[in-house]
Design a protein around this ligand. Structure first.
Ligand SMILES: [Zn+2]
Length: 290
């Protein structure tokens, strides 16, 4: 079933209260999306699938996904989500512009992310507020980010979110989810990340909306469990799903005399599905809305 913004808010509030998390898995192709649907359906738990607005020139990687593909992909996700026996939340990830968020709202996302985290805080507040004013009357939730999680668009350097900045940002914008920087990085980890669990707990104490951790794939089971216990509710998860699935597909191709696209891609997607299921269990994701 397709989850509305209102229902997504309830699911996230429940997760926050009960200290478990929702994995927000990225997909920009149907096989990865299907792997996420199947993982959630096997475990009978809610799923969150997020995609990007690559029509936007400022989005993380404009070469991967054009405006037409994004539109078609969203329609396919909406259809597939409606057919699913589990609740499915569709989310638009990292969108740096107001217009990009509007496209996500129009496309049927339950929630959209405005990413103004690289802007000075007052500018970040202003653009986020504008998106909230457009999204809320449509029943769409808004995720904002304060304190930048590096790794996108050549950004680097660790910036831990300041608690009082986050409190001010949340209160002045009216966002529904708050992405914070607590030691993770987007993409592949070159060295062991150092997560600041105390900072997560302090943020949870001051902020009443669900906290989001970006750059999460590649962390250890212990790191996930500690971050969730401290207060993380939504876990953005992408890179390592692609690596695990990609490696399985490459091995299938290497060991086959006549590699066939369909079966190789399916082998990769099955490995991605198992990897996602493993993480849904680690996150303690529970059945909801039964
Ligand atoms: Zn992110």
């Amino acid at each position: 079933m397709l989850v509305t913004g209102k229902q997504e808010k309830q699911i996230l509030a429940q997760a926050r209260e009960e200290r478990w998390a929702i994995g927000a898995f990225n997909a920009f192709d149907l096989l990865t999306a299907e792997a996420i649907f199947q993982a959630a359906e096997c475990l009978k738990v809610p799923a969150m699938i997020q995609t990007w607005d690559y029509h936007d020139p400022a989005a993380p990687d404009t070469s991967m996904f054009g405006a037409f593909e994004a539109k078609v992909f969203m329609r396919l996700l909406l259809e597939r989500a409606a057919m699913s026996p589990v609740p499915v939340m569709l989310h638009l990830d990292h969108t740096p512009t107001y217009e990009g968020c509007l496209r996500g709202i129009q496309a049927g996302a339950a929630s959209v992310m405005i990413d103004g985290s690289q802007k000075p805080i007052d500018e970040n507040i202003a653009i986020t507020k504008k998106v909230v004013e457009a999204a809320h009357p449509c029943g769409v939730l808004v995720e904002g980010e304060i304190g930048h999680v590096s790794g996108h668009g050549g950004s680097d350097g660790m910036v831990y979110t300041e608690v009082m900045d986050a409190k001010r940002y949340c209160e002045s914008t009216g966002i529904d989810l708050c992405a914070v920087s607590i030691g993770t990085v987007h993409g592949i980890y070159a060295s062991e990340p150092v997560l600041n669990y105390d900072r997560i707990a302090e943020l949870r104490e001051e902020i009443s909306i669900p906290l989001v951790m970006h750059g999460s794939s590649g962390l250890s089971e212990e790191q996930f469990k500690k971050a969730i216990a401290a207060g993380i509710v939504k876990i953005n998860f992408y890179t390592y799903t692609q690596v695990v699935g990609g490696k399985a597909a490459a091995e299938a191709a290497a060991s086959s005399k006549t590699p066939m696209l369909g079966s190789i891609a399916k082998t990769g997607a099955s490995a991605a599905r198992d990897y996602i299921m493993e993480h849904m269990k680690i996150f303690g994701t529970r059945p909801v809305m039964r």
